[in-house]
Write a protein that binds this ligand. Structure first.
Ligand code: NAD
Length: 287
């Protein structure tokens, strides 16, 4: 299949490469002028869109998606598919869906979980929103780039699922780090806390699979000086999206709001920017 790919950064680069390895003809574009091996440099978003029956976007935020869509859409033909894998606000996803619909182009929002390592290994989880027809058209490609694909509902519902997941993740990581700080002060060893909690009712992905304490539990960014992984900046972005969404539908999310504020302080005032989000443990450690 001919695929256009716009946004070849940390995530888009390995995702596009996996599509090439599976035998697809990928023409890509990134404003940073990067292009992975195997992908043809299209030179512009419009040219990438002209090349592909399916155009995939993997961009930093809603504004860059809106900009890219305004260049891509005039070049797409009726029946083609725009597949946005970026994490963006629900309003931008829905605006892209409306623009696509007006041009008789299918749209699917399919943000991912799994980070750069998941993108490289082709094991991402995709949370997809769109019509059944559009979803069926992109499913074979999602299966190449990912391990698990969930069709969540209509356009925008992939973003809704992503936001809910990461609000839980951010809050859970904070409380896990708080517990390590508390254990330190109580004289409980981190190994023993891990041994008990990882097999008790306090277990979570943050503790069991991504332990924020170095040299405890499985290998994770904490064992590599908190190199991301999933950067604190991206967690802050997703928590902000969750609170924007909560405000838009009048949902009460006090813990999510507090988690956003804790990550905002960490990123903007406490040198947390560029570190993995599990580095938030530094706030709770005894100096
Ligand atoms: P990135 O910043 O590394 O890559 C985005 C790329 O888009 C950049 O190379 C940038 O030059 C390019 N770009 C921006 N505007 C453009 C435009 N108008 N046209 C063409 N190219 C444009 O970001 P990333 O880490 O690859 O993340 C991409 C998306 O995936 C984000 O929405 C992020 O929230 C989400 N995500 C990232 C991770 C992660 O671990 N990195 C995990 C899950 C989800």
């Amino acid at each position: 299949m001919k695929i256009g790919f716009v946004g070849l950064g940390n995530m888009g680069n390995p995702m596009a490469q996996n599509l090439c390895r599976a035998g697809h003809e990928v023409a890509g574009f990134d404003i940073a002028a990067v292009c992975p091996d195997g992908v043809t440099d299209a030179g512009s978003s419009a040219a990438a869109a002209r090349h592909g029956q399916i155009v995939i976007t993997m961009l930093p935020d809603g504004n860059s998606l809106r900009n890219a869509v305004s260049e891509i859409m005039p070049e797409m033909s009726a029946g083609n598919v725009l597949l946005d894998c970026s994490t963006v606000d629900i309003a931008s996803a829905k605006a892209a869906a409306d623009e696509a619909s007006a041009a008789f182009v299918h749209f699917v929002d399919a943000p991912v979980s799994g980070g750069v390592s998941g993108a490289e290994a082709g094991t991402l989880t995709f949370m997809a929103g769109g019509t059944q027809e559009a979803f069926d058209l992109v499913l074979p490609l999602l299966k190449i780039m990912g391990g698990r694909v969930v069709h969540c509902g209509s356009a925008g519902s992939g973003q809704a699922a992503k936001i809910c997941n990461n609000m839980i993740l951010g809050a859970t990581m904070i409380v896990t780090c708080e517990a390590f700080g508390l254990a330190d002060r109580l004289g409980l060893s981190r190994d023993k806390m891990f041994e008990v909690v990882s097999t008790s009712s306090g277990f979570s992905w943050s503790l069991n699979k991504y332990c924020p304490a170095p040299n405890v539990g499985p290998n994770s960014p904490s064992d590599n000086d908190y190199m991301p992984g999933f950067a604190s900046d991206l967690m802050l972005k997703d928590l902000r999206l969750s609170q924007e969404a909560a405000t838009s539908c009048d949902a009460d999310t006090p813990i999510g709001r507090h988690a956003m504020e804790i990550f905002r302080t960490f990123v903007e005032e406490e040198n947390g920017s560029g570190l993995d989000f599990s580095a938030i443990i530094k706030k709770f450690e005894t100096p």
